[in-house]
Design a binder for this molecule. Structure first.
Ligand SMILES: [Zn+2]
Ligand SMILES: [Zn+2]
Length: 485
């Protein structure tokens, strides 16, 4: 029945609200409103409801996966194409698509999947790794798209003036040869998209990434110029003639193909399965199967056994160390659950994101190990929770929370001082005020520290089973509570 915690400042927005920057203002936007605005802003032409629903799931998953993208600027996501373009006047059908799929995300290996989309893949989608080498999305491989091909050809061409191209590159701070005479494709991806270009002038040739080139032209001369990276280029009548097909990067969901799938009667799950094979739709990562690893006295439950397996050995080692220090038997059947992400942790425990772990009885709930390690808090959190499991297995029912918390802190080696008196149980259970919770835990630690200095560790540990002696109970009750609550 005890709630035990290590306090950490892990910043995280409420899962149902996003901080969105829209024309220099930062607004709190409910998640589903955000999804409806993104579906409106990113799909001007989609007709079938099932295609819109597929887009709603892709847009929602994209938002959740990239929620921390602008964290250093004080908000979650921006409202233009850098993140997802939001339209302030929400289309009614986009709103229905968001509502019909509310909360649904695509999951891949216990995490929200990477779900990019583009207007038209031109008949062959692109590898995610070609455009985003840092996104782990092995399921997004290049493949033929028979669906958008059914809609007929999507060829385009653009005749660019060499002088205008040179100026556009300069405005984007990209180097071009003095008198641009020819553009040639040096490297292309397996799907036939340009990766690296050579820009040749009178005296020199400049190598440039095809992506930077296309963005500079798009930004300065309009996006209706070089519409995709799938093109050939040649000189024609003093101009540079780009001839290609498709529109956009071509990775992930192809909107033109999704439209055709919807018209042919496919469901939005069919559409998502075709463009994001291997990613599974669901309301939360909890649907993913727990794997169990068993140690001597601890069972580990994880969705990522490869990654978390070493934690079990570490936990067993710490348990043995604690037993030899306290001479208390470590209980059997302790379960350690490691959650794949903060959201699943919060859903399962009801704890806010700044609580790193929670122990109830013999079950420890832990935030993702990688996240705790990032904060330099993994080992201390694990040790702290194991101490609680040990203490709870031996504690007399009458023991107040402050003594359990304070003793855990003492065994943990927390240096504590202060003489304000211990807080009451209700104060130690509250979760509204992180600062107050921290102070109440410090006060508990200080109270037990004082007892250890006065009576010695062995005596104080003995009270764990027997309960506090009357003189201690009286003394702590007569002192003013440290908590103002
Ligand atoms: Zn952005
Ligand atoms: Zn396509």
């Amino acid at each position: 029945m005890i709630l035990l915690l290590v306090l950490l400042a892990i910043a995280s927005a409420h899962p149902q609200t996003l901080k969105v920057r829209s024309s220099a203002r930062i607004v709190d936007m409910p998640l589903e409103r955000y999804v409806a605005a993104a579906v409106t802003g990113e799909t001007s032409t989609l007709r079938p409801d099932e295609a819109l629903k597929a887009m709603a799931v892709a847009a929602r998953t994209y938002a959740i996966r990239h929620r921390a993208r602008h964290a250093t600027e004080g908000f979650d996501l921006c409202s233009n194409t850098h993140c997802q373009r939001l339209e302030s006047v929400i289309n009614r059908r986009a709103g229905s698509a968001a509502a019909a799929t509310a909360g649904e995300l695509l999951w891949y290996e216990a995490k929200p999947a990477f779900t990019p989309y583009s207007l038209d893949c031109g008949g062959v989608t692109e590898h995610a790794s070609t455009v985003w080498p840092l996104e782990a999305a092995p399921y997004l491989k290049s493949k033929p798209d028979p669906h958008c091909r059914r809609a007929g050809p999507s060829e385009w061409q653009w005749a660019g003036d060499p002088q205008a191209i040179t100026e556009a590159l300069a405005r984007s701070a990209l180097r071009a040869p003095a008198r641009l005479a020819a553009v040639s494709i040096l490297e292309s991806s397996p799907s036939g998209r340009a990766l690296v270009l050579a820009l040749s002038g009178d005296r020199e040739t400049v190598r440039i990434s095809a992506g930077s080139f296309r963005f500079a032209i798009g930004r300065n001369l309009g996006w209706n110029t070089i519409r995709s990276a799938r093109y050939q280029v040649r000189n024609a009548g003093g101009k540079l003639l780009f001839q290609g097909s498709g529109a956009g990067h071509g990775v992930g969901l192809c909107q033109r193909g999704a439209e055709q799938m919807g018209l042919a009667g496919h469901s939005y799950h069919d559409i998502l399965a075709f463009y994001f094979p291997g990613a599974r739709p669901g309301l939360s990562g909890r649907g993913l199967s727990w794997r169990q690893l068993s140690g001597e006295s601890i069972q580990l439950l994880t969705t990522m056994p490869d990654q978390d397996g070493a934690v079990l050995a570490e936990a067993e080692r710490q348990a043995r160390r604690l037993t030899s220090r306290t001479r208390l038997t470590f209980p059997r059947g302790v379960q350690l659950r490691i959650y794949p992400d903060i959201e699943t942790f919060r859903n399962a425990t009801g704890e806010p994101g700044w609580v790193a772990a929670r122990t109830r009885g013999r079950r420890i709930h832990l935030q993702p190990v990688a996240l705790l390690r990032e904060k330099g808090a993994f080992e201390s959190t694990l040790r702290h929770e194991l101490i609680h499991v040990l203490l709870e297995a031996h504690a007399a029912t009458s023991l107040p929370l402050w003594f359990r918390e304070g003793l855990a802190a003492h065994l943990d080696g927390t240096q504590a001082s202060g003489n304000g008196g211990p807080p009451n149980d209700a104060a130690l259970r509250q979760r509204e005020d992180q600062g107050q919770a921290r102070r109440d835990h410090a006060a508990s630690a200080a109270a037990v520290s004082a007892l250890v200095s006065r009576y010695g560790e062995e005596t104080v540990l003995g009270w764990l089973k027997r309960g506090l002696p009357a003189e201690v109970t009286k003394a702590s009750a007569s002192q003013p509570a440290a908590s103002s609550r």
